[in-house]
Design a protein around this ligand. Structure first.
Ligand SMILES: Cc1ncc(COP(=O)(O)O)c(C=O)c1O
Length: 374
């Protein structure tokens, strides 16, 4: 038998482990889906928007292929963002757009740059395409109850000068920090493609950089319907980019990348007044959750809270044992949070913001765990 070898750069690829579906978790834990509090994927915790349900229930013509450009959705977005239709591309999630941009703009000898820690999909997709990925490590600084990652911006700009594509997740995943506009200004003045991933911008008190796009030839902003709009399961993301870049990306995009259900659901979600109301509620819950954690931090002092501009809160613990044991404790109660196995993140747990009543349960369980002495 001849074993067929993969392309060289895929020989040691580690697959990207997505979050488990509710059905799989329910089976593993042997509890009903309704009892699971899923806070491991930064997903929207509310029931689907009524406008979306109405649209999906009245879907017709699904025997035909979808519109290749998602034209109606693009028109809605252009109007909302006050930009031109030909600044937009719709993707099967913003993940697809990350991949298309890498395929269109990175040669095998180029470098893709980001920070560490950040959204794992960027390094994964760089690796899949055999492109060198460099991450400038951020410094962890603890002060009182809080922990912050600090980026040496000058060091980053130095490496950026020698890179082809720079990804900045703003607010960053996993910590929810937002880099300054000044820093982005310095970055886009360099001859590199700057991609700002704004998957969580709706939850932040900072402005989107979408309106900067017409001023630069090298700036792309990525957004998604997976988080604030609650359409993670339908896979719809969008990119806002200069017309020239759009032309290139469209030329390599699969024609039917976004299905009819996703396109129509996203259009309905865009006009739902509930979206903003829910964002406001989630931001309130986030502040309540951080305050409760702070009270526990002051009492137990064995963890630190990362202030967050997103729909999750990252915790840094004193030791990997505490984070692992707390993860296990919460899991046994049907509460799923994000546990990291990579060496630079083993002291961390990331907890998505869920419904207020569920966050009360999370705090109660963390309290119980800390009181018991782990
Ligand atoms: C920073 C960031 N960007 C993009 C995505 C993926 O978004 P989408 O569902 O649109 O592919 C995620 C998902 O968790 C994310 O955290």
């Amino acid at each position: 038998m001849t074993k067929i070898k993969t392309v060289d750069h895929l020989a040691s690829i580690k697959s990207y482990e997505g979050v488990k579906s509710l059905e799989i978790i329910a089976e593993e834990l042997n509890i009903p889906i309704a009892k699971i509090i899923k806070l491991d994927g930064n997903e929207n915790p509310y029931d689907p928007l009524p406008e979306v349900i109405a649209t999906l229930s009245s879907l017709k013509n699904i025997s035909h292929y979808p519109d290749t450009l998602s034209s109606n959705l693009i028109q809605g977005l252009a109007k909302k963002e006050n930009l031109e239709v030909n600044n937009f591309i719709i993707g099967s999630g913003s993940d697809e757009l990350i991949e298309l941009l890498i395929r269109a703009y990175a040669n095998p000898f180029d470098t893709i740059l980001s920070v560490s820690p950040t959204f794992g999909m960027i390094s994964f997709l760089s690796q899949v395409h055999g492109i060198k990925y460099v991450a400038v490590p951020q410094q962890l600084v603890k002060k009182d109850s809080f922990a912050h990652y600090f980026l040496d911006e000058n060091q980053f700009l130095d490496v950026a000068r020698r890179s082809k594509i720079v990804f900045i997740v703003r607010p960053n995943n996993p910590d929810g920090n937002v880099v300054s506009e000044k820093f982005i200004e310095r970055l886009v003045s360099l001859p590199v493609l700057v991609i700002i991933d704004e998957a969580y911008i709706e939850f932040s008190n900072f402005q989107s950089l979408a309106k900067w796009v017409p001023q630069y030839e090298n700036l792309v902003v990525l957004r998604t319907f997976s988080k604030a709009y609650g359409l993670g399961g339908l896979r719809v993301g969008y990119g806002i980019m200069p017309k020239d870049i759009r032309k290139v990306v469209l030329s390599i995009k699969q024609p039917y990348n976004v299905n009819i259900a996703g396109q129509k659901a996203a259009i309905s979600a865009l006009s739902s007044p509930l979206v903003d109301q829910r964002i406001i509620e989630m931001k309130k819950t986030r502040e309540w959750f951080i305050n409760q954690l702070r009270l526990l931090q002051i009492q137990y002092k064995n963890f630190w809270i990362h202030p967050s501009e997103a729909c999750y809160v990252l915790l840094t613990f004193e030791s990997p044992e505490i984070s692992k044991n707390l993860f296990k404790h919460l899991y046994s109660k049907g509460i799923l949070v994000r546990y990291y196995s990579s060496s630079d993140m083993i002291n961390n747990l990331r907890i998505s913001i869920g419904l207020q009543e569920n966050m009360v349960k999370v705090i109660d369980e963390i309290k119980l765990f800390l009181k018991r002495g782990n």
